[in-house]
Design a binder for this molecule. Structure first.
Ligand code: SF4
Ligand code: SF4
Length: 267
């Protein structure tokens, strides 16, 4: 999906990305000299030739200011398991665990099956955050058996609006939610990301709440809008979405909570 209000657009591409933060760049030119692809030939005028980049990371290694950063890294299942188990004692003493967060980890069911099997064998609590846009059969076989809790984001019920703001239809998301509620073996906390004037409208929140109630949900967690993701789009060379560059006002917060409370769906 490509939600315009995404907080982590750097995780939308299925691989590493180069981020350029122009106000950190001191124009030393070190990155230009080491790039083997000529992708930074126009960097000093603010442009990366991204179609030439092979994500080798050499520019980020020499940048003295973090003006250029390589985001994302490949891990084998064994390597990632080793990293996660470094905090094993911390999980145990804090009643914590591992959260699979966004991007959308369900894009990799076979990888997750191997990873989660190993973590579960150690008794680690596992939470999944998901957009719900996944193949239910693969999810149920390979991921679901290892989960303790699912955070499931619902943005819109109206399909055309979902397509407009998230780039994909939402039928699969709504169907999967209902399937999981029926399955019932793992706790699900539905969440609504609030974006003023987009998801946060009387019509949309009312429709989402109606959907959740009719699916058997007893609660929902509203996620307050924050504009922190907007500047990331620019560092990735993508147009910045036309969204509020501020946090939610008290009035917008009150409006959202009123709608949820009115429908007895608020934690
Ligand atoms: S990641 Fe490698 S190829 Fe891409 S801009 Fe940096 S040095 Fe060049
Ligand atoms: S190495 Fe960093 S600071 Fe120097 S020109 Fe490149 S991005 Fe700018």
């Amino acid at each position: 999906m490509r939600c315009v209000f995404c907080h982590n657009p750097e995780s939308q591409q299925l691989g590493p990305e180069i981020a350029f933060t122009s106000n950190l760049c001191i124009k030393c030119g070190a990155c230009v000299d080491v790039c083997p692809q000529g992708a930074l030939a126009e960097l000093l005028s603010g442009r990366i030739l991204r179609d030439k980049c092979n994500y080798c990371g050499k520019c980020a290694d020499v940048c003295p200011t973090d003006g250029l950063r390589l985001i994302g890294k490949y891990y084998s299942v064994e390597a990632l398991t080793e990293v996660l188990l470094r905090d094993f004692e911390y999980y145990r003493h804090s009643n914590g665990g591992v959260t699979l967060s966004g991007g959308e980890s369900t894009l990799f069911p076979s990888y997750l099956e191997l990873l989660l099997k190993g973590l579960k064998a150690k008794g680690i609590h596992i939470v999944l955050e998901t957009s719900g846009y996944f193949n239910y059969g693969a999810f149920r076989r390979k991921i679901y058996p290892y989960l303790d809790l699912i955070y499931y984001d619902i943005k819109f019920v109206d399909n055309a609006t979902h397509l407009k703001y998230c780039g994909r239809p939402n039928g699969i998301i709504l169907r999967n939610f209902r399937e999981l509620m029926t399955e019932g073996k793992v706790d699900i906390l539905p969440r609504i990301p609030l974006a003023p004037g987009i998801t946060l409208t009387e019509t949309n929140l009312g429709a989402v709440v109606d959907f959740l109630r009719s699916s058997g949900a007893k609660t929902v967690a509203p996620l307050s809008y924050n504009p922190m993701g907007l500047s990331k789009f620019e560092t990735l060379g993508r147009p910045k979405p036309n969204l509020p560059e501020r946090f939610m006002t008290p009035e917008e917060t009150r409006q959202a909570y009123e709608i949820l409370k009115r429908n007895s769906l608020f934690r």
